[in-house]
Ligand binder design. Structure first.
Ligand code: B4P
Length: 191
């Protein structure tokens, strides 16, 4: 299996690049952000709880997102591989993902980190907020809170994969196609 973690701060382009990677490598896309927004739009108890945190720019509890990912892995047993988009976002999530994959005799092939500076992130998210309807993109303070959460809780996940020799950094600025090309170079080397 080809199992990729697409990593980076909010607005780095994880969702954007995932769409292109799915077509190129026929992988199943698992975005915890999309899964959570799905729960919110269905009005489930999980969604109602998650919405409060997401609207404030906070992370949702580890157990919630780990449970969602575990269900999706079980539901896609015949997949060629997965793109984990926006997950893991904490070291506890990264450890849980390794354990879940190990029970299936699988592991992460590579972690691709999109590097984008804070000013560009804020600009992209505010731009998307104008028409996406996402409350977490509309407010500069919430965007800054998300970047702060990323620096505090998510950035250490990079070291987790560095220790396994799986961390690959890719410049996340430039055209979407240029960035996609750089990611493919990394993926093709780890196949
Ligand atoms: P996510 O849905 O994961 O979203 P994101 O980090 O905001 O965005 P992404 O990096 O995917 O950026 P995108 O391609 O869309 O998270 C939302 C919230 O859900 C989190 O804050 C958290 O509360 C919760 N959550 C999710 N997963 C969780 C977890 N595992 N644990 C706990 N909580 C969790 O790109 C952004 C914009 O930039 C788009 O408008 C795009 O068009 C533009 N863009 C992309 N590439 C560009 C480029 N090269 N140049 C210019 N613009 C570009």
């Amino acid at each position: 299996m080809l199992n990729l973690v697409l990593f980076g701060p909010p607005g780095a382009g994880k969702g954007t690049q995932s769409q292109k990677l799915i077509d190129q490598y026929q992988l199943i896309h698992l975005s915890t952000g999309d899964l959570l927004r799905g729960e919110i739009s269905q009005g489930t108890a999980l969604g109602i709880e998650a919405k409060k945190l997401m609207d404030e720019g906070m992370l949702v509890p580890d157990a919630v997102v780990i449970g969602m990912i575990s269900n999706k892995l079980d539901a896609n047993k015949d997949a060629k591989g997965f793109i984990f988009d926006g997950f893991p976002r904490t070291v506890a999530q990264a450890e849980a993902l390794d354990s879940l994959l190990a029970t299936k005799g699988e592991s992460i092939s590579s972690m691709i980190a999109l590097e984008v500076d804070d000013e560009e992130l804020e600009h992209r998210l505010l731009l998307r907020g104008k028409d996406s309807g996402r409350p977490d993109d509309a407010n500069p303070e919430v965007i800054r809170k998300r970047i702060h959460e990323y620096n505090n809780k998510t950035a250490p996940v990079a070291q987790f994969y560095q220790a396994q020799n799986k961390y690959k950094s890719v410049v996340g600025t430039g055209s979407i196609d240029e960035i996609f090309h750089s990611i493919c170079v990394v993926v093709d080397l780890c196949k």
